[in-house]
Design a protein around this ligand. Structure first.
Ligand code: SF4
Length: 96
């Protein structure tokens, strides 16, 4: 477990900026908990892209990073640092 990790999961989750992600996969490689996967952009996400985002996505095979295991995030921040497009931020999960 990286030093910066929170002792337990579920405090934050990674949010991906759909207009920045280029599916380069650095997040997949660095995350110690396997939070990320590269997948085809969903129709809903595609419909919300800016023109710039649509152009970028077209040139990267219509794929982007997703977070199928976001609940395993331990807040280490490695993905935020690794993403060359600065597409990832961590959002606090409110304990309602
Ligand atoms: S901050 Fe990023 S790299 Fe670290 S556990 Fe969470 S999703 Fe994985």
């Amino acid at each position: 477990m990286p030093e910066a990790c929170a002792p337990d999961a579920g405090r934050v989750r990674p949010i991906i900026d759909r207009n920045r992600c280029e599916a380069k996969g650095d997040c997949v490689r660095v995350c110690p908990y396997g939070v990320f996967a590269i997948d085809l952009l969903s129709a809903e996400d595609r419909s919300q892209l800016s023109l710039r985002g649509r152009i970028k996505t077209f040139f990267h095979g219509g794929k982007q990073a997703y977070t199928p295991k976001a609940d395993l995030c331990h807040a280490c921040g490695l993905c935020v640092t690794a993403c060359p497009e600065k597409a990832i931020s961590l959002e606090k999960i409110s304990s309602a």
